[in-house]
Design a protein around this ligand. Structure first.
Ligand SMILES: [Zn+2]
Length: 150
């Protein structure tokens, strides 16, 4: 990403999926969606279906960590509070979304999700890291930092 603070980025809204365009330096200022007024960084993971995920990957100026899960999966339920807690601390550098693989079957197939939970970090629409299986928060944070090249 360019270091120019006025360069424009696009970011899909987690509430209404409208695509917002803004200077990159506004990311840290709790930007609101131009359409629905909701916070673009809500401080919690947001749910995406097939079309929502596809849209977010097209407007993916901020790295997006996606938790592929299903309601019947025990380890997934263990990951939920870990991710919920992480969302508030990693934003606005990273956003966290949840994709129910029972609902978003097309994207789960395209991304070749073989087991859940699977965590995938996307940036600029491309997969940059993948982790299969649950892990504790500290370990997850370390994995995330490494994936981001920190
Ligand atoms: Zn919105």
């Amino acid at each position: 990403m360019t270091a120019d603070p006025t360069s424009l980025i696009t970011l899909a809204c987690p509430h209404c999926e409208a695509v917002n365009r803004m200077p990159v330096d506004r990311l840290a200022a709790q930007p609101a969606c131009g359409k629905c007024g909701g916070r673009l960084f809500a401080g919690e993971p947001f749910e995406l279906d097939d079309s929502g995920l596809e849209r977010h990957l097209r407007h993916n100026a901020v790295p997006l960590l996606v938790d592929f899960w299903a309601p019947w999966c025990g380890p997934c339920r263990m990951m939920a509070p870990v991710l919920a807690q992480m969302a508030g601390t990693v934003e606005p550098k990273v956003r966290i979304a949840k994709v129910n693989t029972d609902v978003a079957q097309v994207m789960a197939g395209q991304l070749n999700i073989r087991s859940i939970p699977t965590l995938i970090l996307f940036h600029h629409g491309r997969e940059i890291a993948r982790q299969a299986g649950a892990m504790p928060g500290q370990q997850l944070l370390a994995w995330l930092r490494q994936a981001l090249g920190e």
